[in-house]
Design a protein around this ligand. Structure first.
Ligand code: EAX
Length: 326
């Protein structure tokens, strides 16, 4: 008798656990950056929201600090569905879809209001849709923020000051073209880059203010110039292969949670910039707050006619973004 009950209980427990295990959707989410970074703040918010709203039926495991490789490698794994989601800087996306390089066009956006209006509107939607042809379900955009130059050789106020400076850029054709046009010596390199800066393999780099703080670049970079040359976005993506297997209800829930996380993160990022600038100055960085932006803009004015934007679809999208950000 006792034995029978035990067996029945065991079977019941087995069915119960197997049932609930089957119901749980597990998401591996990759970011290249470390905790405290813009990408991680968006990722952690997404995890919190989706686990709460799905009452535990969706679980997110965040892989950070390049534990799954660099951003290009993370994207390749998303294409194959060995990772289901990722929050990736706009730069490395342009080798997968040249449409992505439109947002990285220099001096395109004037301010954050413009960014939100355009990226959250039909043009942003068009870009997200385009990503499907390379295997990504584009969900929405979170942000790195406007990028600024740092270097360890000299103060930079005009493009002439860049001559001969070795500047690390992301694995992105447009980012390389920008620094070439400005007269510097750009070297594409995946993240992270602290050691290369420290050892002087490169003289400088460009990133938003949070990076200089979180990655302690103030220890190894003396000069900063507030160039704000590119608005750096993240594209928050899912594997299209995986997405197509999900029920509509689950998709909706994921999409909504990621959008809410992105809105939260953009606001959080922007609210911290004044304090970051103060902090970096206190740490001894010499900041050029009013570079000759007109001269910088003049140097990159011809980029829209480069081969990079030659594809008619890409060119048309660039013109639409330019019109929308006039
Ligand atoms: O988000 O590679 C880069 O410069 C990115 O901006 C970096 O991942 C920090």
């Amino acid at each position: 008798m006792m034995k029978k009950v035990t067996i029945l209980l065991t079977i019941a427990a087995f069915i119960f656990f197997a049932g609930s295990a089957m119901a749980v959707t597990k998401i591996k989410l990759g970011v290249v950056t470390k905790p405290g970074s813009a990408q991680n703040i968006a990722a952690e918010k997404f995890k919190e929201l989706i686990e709460q709203r799905s009452t535990g039926n969706i679980k997110v495991q965040i892989f950070h600090s390049a534990s799954l490789g660099n951003e290009t490698e993370i994207l390749q794994q998303v294409q194959m569905n060995s990772i289901q989601m990722a929050i990736i800087t706009g730069g490395p996306f342009d080798t997968f879809d040249p449409m992505a390089r439109v947002v990285n066009y220099p001096f395109l956006f004037k301010n954050n209001d413009q960014v939100d209006k355009v990226l959250d509107g039909p043009l942003g939607a068009k870009l997200l849709k385009s990503l499907e042809s390379s295997g990504f379900k584009g969900l929405c955009f979170s942000e790195n923020g406007f990028r600024n130059l740092t270097n360890n050789r000299r103060p930079v106020k005009t493009p002439a000051d860049l001559k001969g400076l070795k500047i690390r850029v992301m694995a992105s054709a447009i980012h390389k073209a920008i620094w070439q046009a400005l007269g510097a010596n750009p070297t594409p390199m995946p993240w992270p880059i602290y050691t290369e800066l420290e050892q002087g393999v490169i003289d400088g780099q460009e990133n938003p203010l949070w990076v200089m703080e979180v990655y302690k670049f103030y220890e190894i970079q003396k000069y900063m110039t507030l160039t704000r040359h590119v608005y750096s976005y993240h594209i928050d993506v899912a594997s299209l292969k995986w997405w197509n297997t999900l029920e509509a209800k689950t998709r909706e829930m994921i999409q909504k949670a990621m959008v809410d996380a992105a809105v939260y993160q953009r606001k959080d990022n922007r609210s911290k910039n004044a304090a970051r600038l103060k902090f970096l100055k206190e740490k001894g960085m010499l900041v050029e707050e009013h570079p000759d932006i007109k001269a910088f803009r003049a140097k990159v004015a011809g980029l829209q006619n480069m081969d990079l934007y030659k594809d008619p679809k890409v060119h048309a999208l660039l013109i639409e973004f330019m019109e929308a950000t006039k």
